[in-house]
Ligand binder design. Structure first.
Ligand SMILES: [Zn+2]
Length: 92
């Protein structure tokens, strides 16, 4: 798992590894205003049709998102957090 992750990271970052830029944490898209979208999935879905997004290896917990665009954004966000943070969650 770790090996494939770092190989993928290299490909994505043109061979450079190391600490991610702080800017990677800044939101690049507007937050969805739908009630419950992006909230941590600890229980039932906050709204009908919401989908749970959980990326293995990510520091981001499972979250509820609207299907479609929000789900894709949530997944991308969780994947980013699995790249830029250590498994121990030392970084911010
Ligand atoms: Zn949404």
């Amino acid at each position: 798992m770790t090996t494939s992750t770092s190989r993928r990271r290299k490909a994505w970052n043109q061979g450079k590894t190391g600490t991610g830029r702080a800017a990677a944490d800044s939101p690049v898209i507007e937050r969805c205003t739908v009630e419950g979208c992006g909230t941590e999935a600890t229980g039932r879905a906050p709204a009908k049709g919401m989908v749970k997004v959980r990326v293995p290896g990510s520091t981001e917990p499972a979250c509820w998102y609207c299907p479609g665009r929000c789900r894709a954004i949530g997944q991308a966000l969780a994947e980013l957090r699995s790249i830029s943070r250590s498994p121990q969650g030392k970084a911010r």
